[in-house]
Design a protein around this ligand. Sequence first.
Ligand code: CIR
Length: 256
Amino acid sequence: MTRWIAITRAVSGSIADCELTFLERTPIDLENARRQHHDYEAALRSLGVEVLSLPEEPHLPDAVFVEDVAILLDECAILTRPGAESRRPESESISRALAPYRKLLRIQAPGTVDGGDVLVVGRQIFVGVTSRSNRSAIEQMQTFLAPFGYSVSAIPVRGCLHLKSAVTQVAQATLLINPDWVERKNFPGMQFIEVDPSEPNAANALLVGEKLLYQPAYPRTLSRLAAADIHPLLVDQSELAKAEGALTCCSLIFKE
Ligand code: CIR
């Protein structure tokens, strides 16, 4: 049986100083953010995932968003060089946590990439070109991953922070997409469910094996998923959403 592991990290007491790109700063209720993050970890456990929860990094406001500092594949892990300079020190503890499980490769300057820009669908890896992720990093990923048979392609994204703000996988060959932020034609051979136009931020869902985590904040898009016979487990992330975070960004999930 496949054993899934998720690395998570407690919400930093300094989350109020997080990076923001498309959102206005609004107060974040730390206690609520921590409660919701615990619920998120509990939801992962309920799916059979073993959660390795790292202690908070008090001086790294965005460190709860562990997805951005590494890319996990069956064959290796790539430590990213996050696009926001304030986030680069987050890598150190994550590399220590990953070392027992994977061979580690590292993106070098001038490359920058956030894990939130990396969508892995089988052997296809789509990387958003955004304010955080650039072509140098994509070329480095191509060099690292070609020997394992992965294709790595650059995907234009507009209007949102990361590629996975705009599109995520919700079933074997099905993507949940906001077509205003990324175009369908970048993902040949896939089927699509579009977010409800009134819920532009609704494209980020977290697929673990065949199970899906999703947010109750997007009921109209949830109905669209239900119409496609997709019935996710719901977990509220409304507090960390104020820090521009979503579901995928709070864990690094991999097979042991
Ligand atoms: C940042 O701007 O880096 C954080 N405030 C939010 C990162 C969210 N990460 C993600 O969606 N992968």
